[in-house]
Design a protein around this ligand. Structure first.
Ligand code: GLY
Length: 358
């Protein structure tokens, strides 16, 4: 087990069963519970089979998908823990993507006022984002992550074996957050990420890039754990991105989070060019490469609905639509407000770019 972000107990693991067993032995918890969704139970559970303290009768399986990240699943988890006699010394292991990590973290943090939890993220998106940084929570109806608490996982185990079974779209989805991390904090990493060969994935190289990405996320988390200021840097690409994601979901054509963030980053880079003076050559180069990774996305005719969604984004504080922007690659300016006219201009330029490329 090698440290990736030692202050936050994030570890690279080449043998996740052995490493989890040692972490659990060191803690000697009264009981260990394992939370999975149906997908992680089917595809990832076997890698943990050698861990003797994970008893079949202490496994909790919830449905897959963001719809299951709600109070019904939370109630089922609390009920399970309670009816199986979990004490404050129990540990909950969350195995899966962002959904089980977020929801499991929330249930653990609130059960008996808080028991320890260990995250084992199995998707690229959850390895570089959701499993890290202490944001736990659940949805309330259609409001994403409306209920939750900040509570750091006791440990996070990052194992690249899980990534080998991910399909290309899920790899690309997580990769968008890695590109974001480079754009906000590691200019030197941008081109090597944009040139990553997805036709012939080098998983060892990907693992190194994942570790770098985790370190960038942790830099912002450590500086501002509760997102009072600097951590908002991590919202780059997400004001447009969340609007794209919600609009697509409500139209019955859901898109993966990272694809929405990819298109969102292109739009926000265009906004950085017009509003912050970000170098046009850089904008052109990065927008073209990111657009080619995430493919076409038609916004024409949806501008009003998207602006409406952006207006109600929970990142706003009442003064307008709030963005994290980049005056230059690697430098962030948080709490930037853009007018509706500026946003409409971005949609028009985004549509032109898409026409030109696809
Ligand atoms: N996903 C952004 C953050 O954790 O702050």
């Amino acid at each position: 087990m090698n440290p990736i972000a030692p202050k936050c107990n994030v570890w690279a693991s080449s043998n996740v069963a052995d490493d989890l067993a040692s972490l659990l032995d060191a803690k000697d918890p009264k009981q260990v519970f394992l939370l999975m969704d149906e997908g992680s139970e089917r595809h990832c559970r076997t890698l943990l089979s050698p861990v003797h303290s994970l008893l079949a009768e202490n496994s909790i399986v919830i449905p897959s998908g963001d719809d299951a990240k709600d109070y019904r699943s939370a109630l089922a988890i609390w009920d399970f823990l309670s009816s199986h006699g979990a004490t404050r010394k129990a540990v909950l292991v969350n195995l899966g993507g962002g959904m089980p990590c977020d929801l499991g973290g929330f249930c653990a943090s609130t059960f008996k006022r808080g028991i320890e939890f260990i995250n084992i993220p199995t998707t690229l998106l959850s390895q570089v984002d959701a499993s890290l940084g202490g944001k736990t929570g659940m949805n309330l109806g259609s409001l994403k992550n409306e209920i939750g608490v900040f509570q750091m996982a006791s440990h996070v185990l990052i194992c690249s074996d899980f990534l080998r079974s991910l399909d290309m779209d899920n790899l690309l989805s997580g990769f968008a957050e890695m590109i974001k991390h480079a754009l906000i904090h590691a200019p030197e990493a941008v081109d090597r990420l944009l040139d990553f060969d997805f036709k012939n994935v080098d998983y060892a190289l990907l693992h190194d890039y994942v570790a770098e990405s985790i370190q960038i996320k942790n830099f912002f988390v450590e500086a501002d754990p509760q997102e009072k200021g600097l951590r908002k840097a991590l919202n780059f690409g997400h004001t447009f991105g969340h609007a794209f994601e919600t609009f697509a979901m409500r139209s019955g054509n859901p898109v993966l989070h990272g694809f929405a963030v990819g298109w969102g980053m292109v739009c926000e880079l265009l906004l950085c060019e017009s509003k912050m003076g970000l170098d046009s050559n850089v904008v052109c180069h990065v927008c073209e490469k990111v657009s080619r990774l995430y493919g076409p996305h038609d916004v024409r005719g949806s501008e009003d609905a998207l602006i409406e969604l952006m207006t109600h984004d929970k990142k706003n504080d009442g003064s307008g639509i709030n963005f994290t922007l980049l005056p230059s690659v690697g430098n962030v300016a948080i709490n930037q407000i853009a007018s509706e006219a500026e946003i409409r201009d971005v949609f028009a330029r985004f549509a032109d770019l898409q026409n030109h490329l696809f």
